[in-house]
Design a protein around this ligand. Structure first.
Ligand code: ADP
Length: 647
């Protein structure tokens, strides 16, 4: 069971793990491929950007180098005039663009400027006392090297950058500061020369930043500043003794895709879905198997619980072979055989029926025609026990068997037999006694009557009264014997139950009461539309007659009896009610009045034998019904109910 459950988990595990593994691997591969593609492009971009940067550096350094030439000129000709300077400068700038002007500033004061046209304003400017320029100038002097300023917008217009070289000439105590050589660079032509514009490089976007030889972030002077935020290739551009920074990205942007990416991802997705489906299918199969296994195990456990260890006595029987296949602990204890002896034992050793009869009974149980049997079973000790057997077909390991539950009813059967016998004896006795008693009683009463007739006139009043008592007693005794006889007759003869209209039975019951009813001025009201009942006619008529007779008899003095008879259907029963307006009954007597000879009143008040209601009870119970009484109490009337089988 654990193994099959593991299969289910394995299946679900596969359904989740394989797709997860596939997706994670795919993501990893995708990332690798993307970075690979990115690296290739970066490589290509770097390769394209390299020459541009190299040319830019070359163009700039070539122009900054003009400051060295100016330095060499002044060292050679310390007393040169502006004519000589112009001539020298003209030769330096011959066929060279990208330079706005060349200048010399002895002791920091701009003195020689070439070309002069357009730069007149600069002449005489004291660089060391210019707050905007003094710092850079002093740095160049202190560090004895060319310092780049800018690029910035030149006074003369356009983007320019200025390279200043401090010039030292030999003096008595070593080199002495002479002044500055200045090269004003015209930046756009330089960028064009380096291949950054006109034409712009194919498939690349570039930007440059830098101020005073440092690549400051806010000093983008060429291209789109945003390029610096696009993960660009960054390359330093050496300018003088400082550097600018060039940023390059591909015009198409960095790759977000790699060739074959879509089919790859599609393949992975399909693969993951397939794996998930496969896993789920596997899990389902495993779950099915698990259920089957579990059901098998459960049925085993159930068998154990319902059969083997059950407290009821149980046998499993093979109806074809007629042998016991299994017996539970209770059966082993009951029959007194060891279990091994019971298994395989022919049923005929237990059941006292003939082998053929047993087979016939088992065939009935097997076909589900009958499930309940009464048998006599023989124990290991040889004792015979009466049993009730509930037997039904079951399938076990593919075999059709009989599952039998055995109830020992020996004691019950014994009591029932005893009761039946004693009842029969009693009835026989009552019948015989009442029948035979009447004979001598009749003799007594006829002789008393004879004595009264013949010797009455000779007797005195007291003698006649005594004989009257004797006659009365004999009559009453006769009445009692007749009633008792009737009572003992109920159920004695198996008379058939038949369908009768209740109205007809009531009419028959009222008939013998006609005289009494008239005498008592009774009103007997019978409901119309009464149902049919299935009863023994004579018995039920007698019972009803007793009830109606009582209703008339037990009326209040001076209050004429009013009797109402009706019926209602209650399931498969008809409940007949007889109600009166008579003396009523206290609740303490509701049960007692149905017992034989039980009366609540003296004979002087109300004549009677105390047998009537006992007879009603016997009749009704013989019909499977009940009789009961309801009364609000003394002088509030009573209602008797009897339930009878409905028609
Ligand atoms: P009896 O021959 O005395 O009428 P029953 O068995 O018929 O004997 O009745 C038993 C007792 O139940 C009666 O003595 C009487 O006291 C009481 N009883 C029966 N029917 C009624 C009734 N309709 N109203 C009041 N009491 C009744």
């Amino acid at each position: 069971m654990a193994r099959s459950a593991a299969g289910v988990w394995a299946g679900y595990g596969l359904a989740v793990l394989i797709p997860l593994f596939l997706l994670l691997s795919a993501l990893h591969i995708d990332r690798l491929q993307l970075s690979n593609a990115g690296m290739q492009v970066r490589h290509a971009v770097e390769a394209s950007a390299g020459p541009i940067r190299a040319r830019l550096e070359a163009e700039i350094s070539a122009r900054i180098a003009l400051a060295d030439s100016l330095g060499a000129f002044i060292v050679t000709l310390p007393d040169a005039d502006s004519g000589q300077f112009s001539l020298f400068s003209e030769s330096l700038l011959h066929r060279r663009n990208g330079v706005r002007s060349l200048q010399l500033a002895p002791q920091g004061r701009l003195t020689f400027v070439y070309p002069m046209a357009g730069n007149e304003a600069a002449v005489g400017h004291d660089l060391l006392n210019d707050p905007e320029r003094a710092t850079a100038v002093r740095r160049a002097i202190a560090e004895r090297r060319t310092i780049m300023a800018g690029p910035y917008q030149l006074l003369q217009g356009g983007l320019g950058a200025v390279a200043r070289k401090p010039i030292f000439i030999p003096g008595r105590d070593g080199p002495e500061f002479w002044g500055l050589a200045v090269v004003v660079l015209d930046v756009p032509p330089l960028l064009a020369e380096a291949g950054l514009t006109n034409p712009a490089p194919d498939r690349l976007r570039l930007a440059l930043r830098g101020r005073d030889g440092e690549p400051a972030a806010d000093a983008v002077f060429f291209g789109d500043a945003a390029i610096f935020d696009e993960d660009p290739i960054l390359a330093p551009v050496a300018v003088g003794n400082g550097s600018w920074q060039m940023a390059v990205v591909p015009t198409a942007g960095w790759p977000r895709d790699w060739p074959g990416r879509r089919p790859f991802l599609l393949l992975v997705a399909v693969g993951a879905a397939l794996a998930a489906g496969l896993g789920i299918a596997l899990a389902r199969q495993a779950a099915k198997l698990h259920r089957v296994v579990e059901a098998a195990c459960a049925s085993e456990a159930l068998y154990h619980e319902m059969f083997l260890t059950n407290a009821a006595i149980k046998l499993l029987i093979d109806p074809d072979a007629g042998i016991v296949v299994d017996a539970n602990d209770a059966a082993v204890a009951y029959y007194g055989y060891p279990r091994e002896a019971l298994l395989g034992m022919p049923v005929s050793r237990i059941n006292t029926l003939s082998a053929e009869a047993i087979l016939q009974e088992m065939a009935d149980a097997r076909a589900n025609r009958r499930g309940f049997f009464r048998f006599t079973h023989r124990m290991a000790s040889g004792a015979l026990r009466e049993v009730e057997v509930y037997s039904g077909p079951v399938t076990r390991d593919g075999r059709l068997l009989l599952h039998s539950i055995i109830h020992d009813v020996t004691e019950r059967v014994r009591l029932e037999d005893e009761l039946r016998r004693s009842n029969a004896e009693l009835e026989q006795f009552a019948y015989a006694a009442s029948h035979d008693l009447r004979e001598p009683l009749r003799m007594v009463s006829s002789f008393v009557a004879l004595v009264i007739r013949r010797y009455g006139p000779q007797l005195d009043d007291a003698g006649r009264e005594l004989l009257g008592f004797a006659e009365d007693g004999a009559k009453r005794m006769d009445r009692m014997i007749v009633d008792l006889l009737e009572y003992s007759r109920v159920g004695r003869l198996e008379r058939p139950m038949q369908r009768w209209p209740l109205g007809e039975l009531i009419a028959a019951a009222v008939h013998p009461l006609a005289m009494v009813a008239v005498e008592a001025k009774a009103v007997i009201d019978v409901a119309s539309d009464l149902p049919e009942v299935i009863v023994n006619r004579d018995e039920v008529v007698r019972a009803l007659s007793n009830l109606i007779g009582n209703a008339v008899k037990y009326h209040r003095p001076e209050v004429p009896p009013q009797v109402a008879i009706s019926a209602r259907r209650d399931g498969d029963r008809v409940v007949v009610s007889v109600s009166d307006n008579g003396i009523g009954i206290g609740p303490d007597y509701f049960d007692r009045i149905f017992l034989l000879f039980q009366r609540l009143h003296s004979r002087d008040q109300y004549p009677g034998t105390g047998i009537g209601l006992a007879l009603v009870k016997k009749v009704v119970e013989r019909h499977g019904g009940k009789v009961w009484v309801e009364s609000e109490g003394e002088n509030r009337g009573a209602t008797f109910y009897v339930s009878l089988p409905a028609g």
